[in-house]
Design a protein around this ligand. Sequence first.
Ligand SMILES: [Zn+2]
Length: 76
Amino acid sequence: MPIYEYVCPECKSKFEKMRPFSQSTEPADCPDCKTESKRVLSKFACFSKSESGVSAPVGGGGCAGCSSGSCATCGG
Ligand SMILES: [Zn+2]
């Protein structure tokens, strides 16, 4: 079962949840304040295909999990 990452919009808490792929797009409740939290994209979604077919970082400024573009999530 895949693990998905979520960030709470209230307390900015980051947590992971293991759930079936069929529920991957559903929000998860923050373990701290029970606020409905959106999923942050994993490294698999960190890159998008450019027109030339070469994978490139989205926006060139990191992934959903960082702003440096060189964290483990970015694969850098
Ligand atoms: Zn929270």
